[in-house]
Design a protein around this ligand. Structure first.
Ligand code: FNR
Length: 193
């Protein structure tokens, strides 16, 4: 069947530019034949990680719901903002909670990281920071990343990027990522036969 990809915007605000970027990636992947699950971290409400709360009540429902959505996909995309030259607390907290579940859901999954920011670097430092916990957990983080600078003026009415060269570059990144996941998924299926 088609590749299943979870595309997750990790900023909570409704007008999030990262959510808009997630929608665009989702559209590109759907057009490329993938079965896309577009989501926002807003759907996965969870408290700050607390070992006492975990000992008393286990992993919270919001983190378990995110685990379920991850489990149903072959690969995932995170559209994540950069806060203070690093990853946002929201996404790090979610990774920490989800990493407590067994089997550990991030292991061996492919991931593509994208970001949007009003600044000139486009949130790229946040993505480098996001690689650290994901690679630690065994996620195959795609080497190429996409960061949209000046994101507040980066989208046209129809949700495409205003800069055609950037639109093309995003499209190339997304399709190259899908090809890699497709080839790897097929290889794993052959090995299991
Ligand atoms: C930011 N922002 C920001 N942007 C950036 O490019 N580099 C940075 O280091 C920071 N730092 C930062 C810290 C904090 C606490 C906030 C709230 C914001 C700006 C950030 O990129 C901007 O708010 C984006 O619009 C956030 O993404 P969404 O909400 O549009 O998806």
């Amino acid at each position: 069947g088609p590749l299943r990809v979870l595309v997750l915007g990790t900023a909570l605000r409704t007008a999030s530019t990262n959510a808009r970027l997630a929608s665009l990636v989702s559209r590109m992947m759907t057009e490329a034949g993938a079965d896309v699950d577009l989501a926002s971290m807003r759907e996965f409400d969870m408290p700050l990680y607390d070992g006492d709360a975990e000992a008393a009540h286990g992993v919270p429902d919001g983190a378990l719901a995110l685990r379920d959505r991850l489990e149903r996909c072959d690969a995932f995309v995170l559209a994540s903002p950069e806060y203070n030259a690093s990853v946002s607390g929201v996404v790090k907290n979610a990774i920490d909670w989800v990493s407590r579940v067994r089997p550990q859901p991030f292991k061996t999954k492919h991931a593509l990281l994208v970001s949007a920011s009003p600044s000139l670097v486009g949130g790229n430092r946040g993505l480098w920071a996001l690689r650290v916990p994901l690679e630690h957990l065994g996620t195959r983080v795609y080497p190429d990343m996409f960061s949209l600078a000046s994101a507040h003026e980066g989208f046209a009415e129809d949700g495409q990027l205003t800069d055609p060269a950037l639109q093309e570059r995003l499209h190339e990144t997304v399709t190259a990522f899908l090809h890699l996941v497709e080839a790897d998924t097929r290889y794993v299926c052959l090995q299991r036969r």
